[in-house]
Design a protein around this ligand. Structure first.
Ligand SMILES: *Cc1c(COP(=O)(O)O)cnc(C)c1O
Length: 397
């Protein structure tokens, strides 16, 4: 998955443009910048690539999620449905607005289970936030139907799935809002960065203002701009955007490389009859950043993961015991360990997750191993690796 593996001359050239003018900020300084508007250029390029009318870049994927929710009017006491298997950024962005993260089970897609989503809807629900973990997507058609029926917003967290698609549309572009991360370990990177995409002009207008202290961005004098509502600073810098421009140009190349290695690995593991692969919804195409598969039991999965590590096979993940990606280790959330006092709405509204039953999620995640697909592997390396992984799995099972 990591675009940093192929950082090179194109990235350097883009960054050099910014260094040459010395304008590191995305707004203003029109006369000094030698015509370079890296953030604006990257927004235009992403808009074309994601077939989405509006794009706004931000300082991170977490900022993108926060700004996406804020731009749609989510605030204190609103409930946002999110999966048990994701990254902590999901609930961080919700809590940052005083809204309440409602954790919901996943299914064999390793993303939100639509029937569990339906059961979790209350009069306070505002948003359903599927997270397209490890390169593959939720059943967006069914989730969209549920959202339409209950008048909810669909926000796709596509931070780990850029370049994937569903029924011919880029992931991230299907819901009311979509978010990407360009942090250092994502498929394409800006060093740090993120983006919100949407076809709804009002959300875009809110997003660019909210993420820049409420600036209305009218005219050419920042100091004279007005502030229609309260905002914050989630701006991306021109240096980061410049790296992203070079990387976005290479997205198709990265996905093709991943697909090739993924296919070799998948073919090798298909020879192990006891394992099955993560379900990809009909009409979905992954971005091939991971190959995720199910072992026959939690105990065998734990043994297999251990055996892979001992054999020196790096980058295979067992999420069930992971501190950052699965609800079981999120005591700081269930205990609300915050530095300062949280909004009363959160204190009163957060379900008691220490007592929650997510056995349906445990059933899948307890048996899952995900192998990262690196860009730098040669065909010989991936073939050797695939052979070794298959042998280890056969021995363990
Ligand atoms: C990386 C990631 C984020 C957050 O992105 P940052 O740019 O690191 O803030 C959010 N959601 C998911 C699923 C991610 O993988």
């Amino acid at each position: 998955m990591p675009g940093f593996e192929l950082f090179g001359d194109r990235e350097r050239e883009q960054v050099q443009d910014v260094l040459d003018s010395g304008v590191l900020m995305r707004y203003g300084f029109d006369g000094m910048r030698n015509g370079h508007w890296k953030a604006k250029e990257l927004e235009a390029a992403l808009s074309a690539k994601m077939k989405s009318k509006h794009v706004h870049l931000l300082s991170s994927g977490t900022a993108a999620l926060t700004v996406a929710l804020a731009s749609a009017g989510v605030g204190a006491g609103d409930e946002v449905i999110m999966p048990t298997f994701t990254f902590v950024a999901s609930f961080e962005s919700i809590l940052a607005l005083g809204a309440i993260p409602i954790l919901v089970d996943i299914d064999d897609t390793l993303t939100l289970d639509p029937s569990a989503v339906e059961k979790a809807i209350t009069p306070r629900t505002k948003v359903v936030m599927p997270v397209h973990m490890c390169g593959s997507m939720a059943n967006l058609e069914v989730l969209q139907q549920i959202c339409d029926q209950h008048d909810l917003l669909l926000l796709e967290d596509a931070c780990q799935a850029i370049g994937g698609s569903y029924k011919g549309k880029p992931l991230g572009s299907i819901g009311d809002l979509g978010c990407f991360s360009f942090d250092y370990v994502k498929t394409i990177t800006c060093g740090e960065g993120g983006a919100v995409i949407t076809n709804t002009k009002a959300y875009y207008e809110n997003a660019h203002k909210y993420s820049d202290h409420g600036h209305d961005h009218v005219g050419h004098d920042r100091g004279a701009e007005t502030h229609p509502f309260l905002g914050y600073n989630f701006r991306i810098s021109e240096l980061n955007a410049a790296v992203g421009l070079a990387q976005l140009d290479r997205l198709d190349e990265f996905i093709a490389l991943q697909k090739k290695s993924y296919t070799i690995l998948r073919e090798a593991l298909s020879q192990v009859p006891e394992i099955s692969f993560r379900k990809v919804p009909d009409g979905g195409e992954e971005n091939y950043s991971f190959l995720s598969f199910f072992l026959p039991s939690e105990a065998i999965a734990q043994q297999a993961h251990k055996a892979l590590g001992e054999a020196g096979i790096d980058a295979c993940f067992y999420w069930y015991n992971n501190n950052w990606h699965y609800y079981r280790k999120w005591e700081h959330l269930s205990q609300l360990e915050s530095l300062g006092k949280l909004p009363q709405e959160v204190i009163e509204g957060l379900p008691d997750y220490s007592k929650a039953d997510f056995s349906a999620s445990d059933h899948w995640v307890g048996r899952t191993i995900s192998c990262l697909i690196k860009l730098g592997w040669t065909e010989a390396e991936i073939r050797e690796r695939a052979k070794k992984i298959a042998e280890i799995l056969k021995k363990t099972i």
